[in-house]
Design a protein around this ligand. Structure first.
Ligand code: KIV
Ligand code: ZN
Length: 499
């Protein structure tokens, strides 16, 4: 079908490459099943040669998912392709995604090679992958900065070698929409045999143009879009699936359709955000908390008279109905359980009772309970399995004297205590913690966010801690921000202590 746009989701590969976003296999299966339910055509499940964890996830996702094609990434290296083929052995529909850098930057500095050599390697990797699978996608890495004439030669050659899909990544997010659209048009007009393959877009968001570039590609002939949920991905991320799906839904004059069930967008957005500990910015298009919130009086008045005055999308089309926005003290257990399920947290009846009791306490303090609050409550619950747990934290801070913290930790059932002074209460608490967990750890990033606006607010802390040349991500939430900071630090430590 010429007017169908294939949706290739790379949340579990490009998205998962982001430090702190790593999922375990069970979580990846959960996301893969949700993607299948959403209606994506292709799931890029991982880069099997990169780690045993990735290899195993591709195997398990292949077993768990029925309809979408399962895709595995490789470099233009035979061993990579062997391993990808092995990982895909249980997939009902399988694709190998192989490729090589084609821009002068990649050819000269990454490969110290020549255009002719790279072209031959491109053809060779496609032919090699074809020994294993019929469906082979070729990516021309940094195609965004590759000369169009050379790119066309490479694409023509790989299609002759059997590539079924040709991916034109704007790897660095550099292109202007007009340039990217022209590039796709150039390929459509100059590549012999282009009708034998599907052209794919893969746009990064470094300059905030990923969605615009993807749309320019589609309007000029691309029929596959590589996207991620919430636009997560390397650096500033990839094109957001939800944006492309909703653009095509809203702009009915564009005669291109997807199989995405847009009403499932909001749920999967929250699930991915929660599992990957990656908050969705409030003003994010389509799925941000404020995307449908009208606060100015003029807008509210207009929307009450007729929603179309200020709303181009119906919130219901992305799966948001009024009931799903806010829970209050009057909400029952079933509503809470349902919301937890939507957020990707499954609880048995005992756990639900505990979370519900906490929920009611919080609902007494705050009028409205949002998803972030619920994740905080459930997050407490998830930390029960941690090896290191915070027993107590006492901090004395103020102006005119040194801040002092004493801390008690429970490490695998054993109790430890320490005290320290520091430059501020968080510093004092971290110093006390480090007296017990004595490792070479460096705090790399530390952000505190308030969930709402009141002084009784829950503060959320996101941290990155470097240990042994790797960065670990941690999250904590508490009405006391020093406690939230220590919880986040402990969350980081628990990640590498388990490793
Ligand atoms: O951005 C990119 O070029 C990629 C390729 C590996 C497809 O992610
Ligand atoms: Zn990418």
């Amino acid at each position: 079908m010429d007017n169908k746009l294939f949706i290739f989701d790379t949340t579990l590969r490009d998205g998962e490459q982001v430090p702190g976003c790593q999922l375990n296999t069970v979580e990846k299966i959960q996301v893969a099943k949700a993607l299948e339910n959403l209606g994506v055509d292709v799931i890029e499940a991982g880069f099997p040669i990169s780690s045993p964890g990735d290899f195993n996830s591709v195997i398990e996702i292949s077993k768990a998912v029925t309809w979408p094609t399962i895709c595995a990434l490789t470099r233009a290296v035979e061993k990579d392709i062997d391993v990808a083929a092995e990982a895909l052995k249980y997939a009902k529909h399988k694709r190998i995604h192989t490729g090589i850098g084609t821009s002068d930057y990649h050819i000269k500095y990454k490969f110290n090679s020549t255009q002719d050599d790279i072209l031959q390697r491109a053809v060779a990797c496609v032919k090699y992958a074809k020994r294993y699978v019929e469906d082979v996608e070729f990516y021309a890495e940094d195609a965004g900065r590759t000369d169009n004439e050379y790119l066309a030669r490479v694409i023509e050659a790989v299609i002759k070698a059997g590539a079924t899909v040709v991916n034109i990544p704007d790897t660095t997010g550099y292109c202007l929409p007009s340039e990217y659209g022209e590039k796709i048009k150039y390929l459509v007009e100059h590549v012999d045999g282009i009708d034998k393959a599907i052209i794919s877009t893969h746009c990064h968001n470094d300059l905030g143009m990923a969605t615009a570039n993807t749309m320019a590609g589609i309007l000029n002939g691309a029929r596959q879009a590589e996207v991620t949920i919430n636009g997560i991905g390397e650096r500033a991320g990839n094109t957001a699936l939800e944006e492309i799906a909703m653009i095509l839904k809203c702009h009915r004059n564009i005669p291109i359709i997807t199989d995405i069930n847009t009403q499932k967008i909001y749920d999967i957005s929250r699930m991915v955000s929660s599992l990957m500990n990656m908050p969705v910015q409030s003003n994010k298009a389509v799925v941000g908390r404020n995307a449908f919130a009208h606060s100015s009086g003029i807008h509210q008045d207009g929307v009450l008279k007729n929603a179309q005055t200020y709303e181009i999308m119906n919130p219901k089309d992305v799966g948001l109905d009024e009931n799903s926005i806010v829970l209050t003290a009057r909400s029952g257990r079933a509503a809470l359980k349902n919301r937890l399920k939507i957020l990707g947290v499954s609880v048995d009846d005992d756990k639900l009772d505990k979370v519900y009791a906490e929920f009611l306490k919080l609902a007494d303090k705050k009028k409205e309970i949002h998803d972030d609050d619920i994740l905080v409550l459930a997050g407490d619950n998830r930390s029960l399995n941690h090896r290191i747990m915070l027993d107590y934290l006492q901090v004395t801070s103020g102006i005119g004297f040194r801040d002092v913290a004493s801390i008690g930790l429970n490490i695998s059932g054993e109790k430890f205590e320490a005290a320290a002074t520091g430059n501020g209460p968080v510093d004092a608490a971290i110093r006390a913690l480090k007296k017990i967990v004595n490792r070479e750890m460096t705090l790399k990033e530390f952000t505190i966010q308030a969930i709402n606006k009141g002084s009784d607010d829950v503060g959320k802390v996101h941290m990155q801690v470097e240990y042994d040349n790797r960065v670990y991500y941690g999250f904590g939430a508490n009405t006391d921000i020093v406690a939230a900071s220590i919880e986040a630090y402990i969350d980081c430590i628990n990640k590498f202590i388990i490793d």
